[in-house]
Design a binder for this molecule. Structure first.
Ligand SMILES: Cc1cc2nc3c(=O)[nH]c(=O)nc-3n(C[C@H](O)[C@H](O)[C@H](O)COP(=O)(O)O)c2cc1C
Length: 211
């Protein structure tokens, strides 16, 4: 698929932040034209390229090796992830230049597979973006870092109450939860969110918060 001249602007319009790991649905097809959709995490290295990891020989990896092309469906409805895994018959596809996409989603990012690196525990699929299309206004791709940062903040605000009440077990549990959520932010967030996570981690371990 040839790159459209304005693909960069289009890629910017689908709502991603470079450096973020987004939960999307990758759609591909096999050589018989059978479409397939699977939830995948896509780490955006730039508006030009992203990496997906395939844990094992997934259908997505097999299809991409064969056809070299696919689409990321930008979804803001988590129910679709459930349907992909448990009710694939409910999904409906349409086609763009031989690439299947899901109907009813916010945006599509079309890509080509550049290379696959076998990292032992997983295969790293390096992809280049060739086109993007926002189907509906203001796409909001799902990045787990946002929900986790919110969770960590909520738990943080509860810390001082439990500390004041001397409920050490609860303080310890909250700190574990904060740590868990901040590690998700560090893994999936874009640079600004990662800096906020770092700050919150420092504040959480400040002496006033040590039980
Ligand atoms: C939100 C979400 C994100 C996922 N991310 C990945 C991923 O990055 N890599 C992967 O191999 N499987 C991932 N999975 C699991 C696959 O979608 C699932 O195992 C799928 O059935 C395997 O892919 P396939 O259908 O292409 O064989 C994810 C599942 C969910 C629900």
């Amino acid at each position: 698929m040839a790159r459209t001249r304005d693909y960069l602007d289009k890629a910017k319009c689908v709502g991603i932040n470079v450096g973020g790991l987004y939960e999307v649905i990758a759609s591909t097809s096999d050589l018989n034209g059978r479409p397939h959709a699977a939830p995948m995490g896509a780490l955006f290295l730039s508006f030009d390229s992203f990496i997906m990891r395939s844990y094992g020989e997934t259908v997505t990896l097999r299809n991409l090796r064969a056809s070299k092309r696919g689409a990321l469906n930008v979804v803001d409805n988590v129910e679709l992830f459930f349907d992909c895994i448990f009710k694939p018959g409910k999904l409906s596809f349409k086609w763009f230049n031989g690439v299947p996409v899901l109907k009813g989603v916010r945006a599509w990012i079309f890509f080509e597979l550049e290379k696959v690196i076998n990292e032992g525990q997983y295969y790293e699929m390096h992809c280049s973006i060739v086109d993007a299309k926002a189907v509906r206004a203001r796409p909001k791709p799902i990045c787990r870092a946002e929900a986790s940062l919110l969770e960590a903040l909520i738990h943080y605000t509860r810390l001082r109450y439990y500390t004041a009440m001397g409920r050490e077990n609860e303080v310890r549990r909250l700190k574990e939860l904060i740590d868990h959520h901040l590690s998700i932010v560090e893994r999936t967030g874009w640079p600004k969110l990662r800096r906020i996570a770092e700050d919150l981690r420092r504040k959480t371990s400040a002496p006033s918060n040590i039980s």
